[in-house]
Structures are given as structure tokens and as C-alpha cells.
Ligand binder design. Structure first.
Ligand code: PBG
Length: 336
């Protein structure tokens, strides 16, 4: 009796065959592009820590979105940079806030063919740079007050929905935020607005570039009192489950690249919920920095990383490489 010769290499012998047996594919339809919109500037501004990425004035939003639509990017995550901050982040829920104005403008110019997602958080809007209301705790230490924060988050989400957001994305890791926002939205008649929750958001050094881009670094302490510890994986399942119970429509793991195991167990445990992964600013900057030095082939690095995040189980990827990826895919990137 002869034993069959096992040769996995047979399926790798030519490009069209490799394409045929490919298990994962990247689609621009599943990519979300973050937008930094800054109040009070006249023209786009570069971000030192994120080469190739810009902060845009409110007025130029429709144009940026139109250019992205042309290469197939249809979903946008909008971050506002207000010209005025205070203790409670008033500009985050003001009718004329930077995000609210931007969303109205994009909607007016581009109609319903785009998904507009808004970040629901306070750190860019507060003088202290934390993601909630700061109070003294029992020991006299300044800390984010969970309960006081819920009310503000709900107000922010309602004001963004009122401006025309399709999805709101709470990112402050406040316990109970999804429920508070769902109740707030429903009460105001925004039952159709969905919630994409940053459910498992880790306290990560990979957010540093974003904090420079959005001027949102905490002015004292850090975020370890509310964001998750990267030593933990199973705890992510608890966070995801709670958000689902509270009414999240889409859940998220953040960051992505050093967290592929988390993406994988979340997808395995909750396969019926769309899972987003956030390929964060520091992950972007690393690739950019190495590529600028000629140490990485940027196109290949980006494609490989985003494919890996997809392979791990992400259905949706939020990435600063969005525009570049879409252009490269359109040009025909030789990846197989
Ligand atoms: C706001 C928020 C942050 C990011 C997204 N929303 C920063 C933070 O938690 O400090 C980070 C995104 C990135 O690094 O790309 N809370």
C-alpha cells in the first residue's frame, strides 16, 4: 500500500492558485478612516508624529470625504479638536461643536452614501485631558467619577446623533456607558443610531501619536484607572459581554497589532457580533518611521498587518492607512 505524498507546496506553485486558496481578503468596504477636524484653522495641518496624516478645518471635511469615496472608503470616524476646553468638556456636546458642525456639513454635501461614526469621549475637550468628570475620591485623590461621566457621555452621543451621525463610538471605558448612551438616544428619538463600543480598550503606549494629534494627553496621572491592563485577555471577554448586554451593536478591540490574540478570542466567543479592531496611531507611526528609513516596504507592511488583523477575526478595521491602502488596492498591489 502506498502512502499519498503530502505536499502542501502544490497549492503555492503559482499566483492564481495562491489566490484561489486564499483564506483571507481585505476589502475597502470594511475599512474605516479616522478624521481629525480642528476648529479655527484655515488649511490642513500636518501632524508631526503621524507623517502623511493631517488635521483638517471643518470647511474642508466634504472634500476629504469625497476624495476618499472615490477610492472606495465609505466609513469615517470623526474626532474633533475644539478651540476651547473646560472642566466638563462642554464643547463635546455643544450644538455648534466642531464634530457636530462637521457631521452636518458632510451630510449636507454627501447625503446618505457614507457611514459617519463619531467618537464619544471627553479627553480632547477637557482641560485635564481625562476621559470623564474629575472628582476627588474617598482618599482625596483626583480620579474620573464614573457616574457623573455617564450623563455627559449620553449628552455627547445625543448631540452627535442630532447632527446626523449614523453610529456613535464611546471610547472612554466608563462602566455602563453603552446603556446610558442607548437610553439617551432612545429617549430623544434616535433609536436608529447604532453604537460601536470601544469595549476592550487597553491602556497602551501606542496612543501617544494620537494624543499629540488631538491634544488629548492627560495633564496628570494616566489612564490605567479606567482602560484595561494589557496583561489580561479573559477580562476582554467580560468587557465585551457587558457591552453587548447593554446594547452595543458593534464591539471593538483596541489596539490591534499587539492584540491579535484578543481579536481572535473575542470573535470565537461572540461570532454573531460585528467586531472592529483599531489599528491605532502608534502602529501607524511605527510603519511610517521604518518605511521612511527604507527598513520596511510600506505597501507590503501595511497590507500584511491589515490582512493579519482580518485573519485574527476582525470584521471592520479602523486604520490611518485607509486612503493609502485603498489607492494601492485600486492600482493593483502585487500581494500573492
Ligand atoms: C479617546 C481616544 C483615544 C484614541 C481613540 N479615542 C486616545 C486615548 O484613549 O488616549 C486613540 C486612537 C489612536 O491612538 O489611534 N479616548
Amino acid at each position: 500500500m502506498s502512502f499519498p505524498k503530502l505536499r502542501p507546496r502544490r497549492l503555492r506553485s503559482k499566483k492564481v492558485l495562491r489566490q484561489l486558496v486564499s483564506e483571507t481578503s481585505l476589502s475597502v468596504q470594511k475599512i474605516v478612516m479616522p478624521l481629525f477636524i480642528k476648529e479655527g484653522i484655515k488649511s490642513p495641518e500636518p501632524i508631526t508624529s503621524m507623517p502623511g496624516y493631517l488635521r483638517y478645518p471643518v470647511e474642508s471635511c466634504p472634500e476629504v470625504v469625497r476624495d476618499s469615496l472615490e477610492v472606495g472608503i465609505k466609513s469615517f470616524l470623526v474626532f474633533g479638536i475644539p478651540s476651547y476646553k473646560d472642566d466638563i468638556g462642554t464643547q463635546a456636546f455643544s450644538k455648534d461643536g466642531v464634530v457636530q458642525r462637521s457631521i452636518r456639513l458632510i451630510r449636507k454635501e454627501l447625503g446618505d452614501d457614507v457611514n459617519l461614526i463619531t467618537d464619544v469621549c471627553m479627553c480632547q475637550y477637557t482641560t485635564h485631558g481625562h476621559c470623564g468628570i474629575i472628582k476627588r475620591d474617598r482618599n482625596g485623590k483626583l480620579a474620573v467619577d464614573n457616574e457623573a461621566t455617564l450623563n455627559i457621555l449620553s449628552k455627547i452621543a445625543v448631540s452627535q446623533a442630532d447632527a446626523g451621525a449614523d453610529l456613535v463610538a464611546p471610547s472612554s471605558m466608563t462602566d455602563g456607558m453603552v446603556l446610558a448612551i442607548r437610553e439617551g438616544l432612545d429617549k430623544e428619538g434616535f433609536e436608529d443610531v447604532a453604537i460601536m463600543s470601544y469595549s476592550a480598550k487597553y491602556a497602551s503606549c501606542f496612543y501617544a501619536s494620537f494624543r499629540e494629534a488631538a491634544y488629548s494627553a492627560p495633564q496628570f496621572g494616566d489612564r490605567r484607572g479606567y482602560q484595561m491592563s494589557f496583561h489580561n485577555a479573559k477580562e476582554a471577554l467580560k468587557e465585551i459581554r457587558l457591552d453587548i448586554e447593554e446594547g452595543a451593536d458593534i464591539v471593538m478591540v483596541k489596539p490591534a497589532l499587539a492584540y491579535l490574540d484578543i481579536i481572535n478570542i473575542v470573535k470565537q466567543s461572540f461570532p454573531e457580533y460585528p467586531l472592529a479592531a483599531y489599528n491605532v496611531s502608534g502602529e501607524y507611526s511605527m510603519v511610517k518611521a521604518a518605511s521612511e528609513r527604507g527598513w520596511l516596504d510600506e505597501k507590503r507592511a501595511v497590507y500584511e498587518i491589515l490582512t493579519a488583523i482580518t485573519r485574527a477575526g476582525a470584521d471592520i478595521i479602523i486604520t490611518y492607512h485607509a486612503m493609502d491602502l485603498a489607492r494601492w488596492l485600486k492600482e493593483g498591489l502585487d500581494v500573492f
